[in-house]
Design a protein around this ligand. Structure first.
Ligand code: ZN
Length: 320
């Protein structure tokens, strides 16, 4: 379990914050990498990204306490945004984009675990509006269980999509003694204050030989190193822990998994988001109608170079 060294109130903007030891190795020997701000919702305060000198994990320190994190997740945060709330012209584009994301995830996953079929017992942790499981159901006939801690989103998945869903986290959702073939966490682990504990919980519900699929930012990719505090995927202070394949492999090993595959990738859209932030366009709330379109246009010229600019990892690990 992660060690909280001290809790205090930020002198800059009064937020309850905590200082922690390294979430991977427990050392308290860190070096400042950069200082960044919340560019998405433009809330006050600066946050420090540090690198552990013991294991090279990068993480936010100090950071909001678990209670203070709540207000950083309004209902219009991405995982919770619904297509039917999008402007009419953007709606088909967003649907196409979401489908492309799911298809890529399914392709990476199946390359490591074989073709998904209706017998596969799968759970998606931090499922949001359940797009991945909806696409897997449509394409493979496999009906997985979603888990999310947002009650409104859980009600949407249950009542509107009519798909199985549990409210809570892996620790609090009532999953009984189930053991899953596939546990997935898409753009989830980086939000967790204690990622090793989450991976150990995931291991508890994965059958031996079963798999864990993770998609998360790749801090050591060129966009992360080039754009630094303006990197779209920094997303402070919602992203708390940043991995490389090496630090991820070590944490997975300590949680009872063996890392078997890592794909790194990007989309022009994401590079466009970082370019937009570097050009001074920030604060998603204010520009929410125009931002996706502007980011798509700015990202278009780098389309042929996308393979050189990985900023995400899709990793698959096998339960030992
Ligand atoms: Zn460390």
């Amino acid at each position: 379990m992660i060690e909280v060294v001290e809790t205090f109130e930020s002198t800059e903007h009064g937020e309850a914050q905590e200082r922690v030891a390294c979430p991977l190795c427990g050392a308290m020997d860190e070096r400042l990498v950069l200082e960044g701000r919340d560019l998405l919702f433009a809330k006050p305060g600066a946050y420090r990204l540090v690198r552990c000198q013991g294991c090279a994990l990068e993480y936010v320190n100090p950071r909001p306490t678990p209670t203070a994190l709540g207000p950083h997740y309004p209902n219009n945060y991405f995982g919770y945004a619904l297509h039917d709330e999008a402007p009419p012209l953007m709606e088909p584009l967003l649907r196409w984009f979401a489908r492309g994301i799911s298809l890529r995830r399914i392709r990476f996953l199946e390359r490591a675990v074989g073709r998904l079929n209706p017998d596969v017992d799968m759970i998606d942790v931090g499922c949001g509006t359940n797009r991945l499981l909806s696409h897997i159901k449509e394409l493979r006939g496999c009906v997985g269980l979603g888990v999310d801690f947002n009650p409104e989103i859980v009600a949407y998945v249950r009542d509107r999509l009519e798909m199985p869903v549990a409210l809570g986290t892996l620790e609090t959702a009532d999953l009984g003694q189930r053991h899953f073939d596939v546990v997935s966490m898409m753009e989830y682990l980086e939000h967790e204050p204690d990622p090793k504990r989450v991976l150990m919980e995931a291991r508890r519900i994965t059958r031996p030989g079963g798999h864990l699929a993770l998609e998360l930012p790749h801090i050591a990719g060129p966009p992360g190193r080039l754009f630094r505090s303006l990197w779209w995927n920094l997303d402070l202070p919602r992203h708390l822990v940043f991995f490389t394949p090496k630090t991820l492999a070590r944490m997975l090993d300590e949680a009872g998994y063996e890392l078997v595959a890592v794909h790194t990738f990007s989309f022009p859209f994401y590079v466009g988001m970082s370019i937009a932030q570097a050009l001074g366009l920030r604060h998603w709330d204010r520009h929410r109608r125009a931002f996706p379109l502007i980011a798509s246009i700015l990202g278009l010229p780098v389309w042929p170079l996308t393979f050189l600019l990985p900023e995400f990892m899709f990793a698959v690990a096998r339960a030992k």
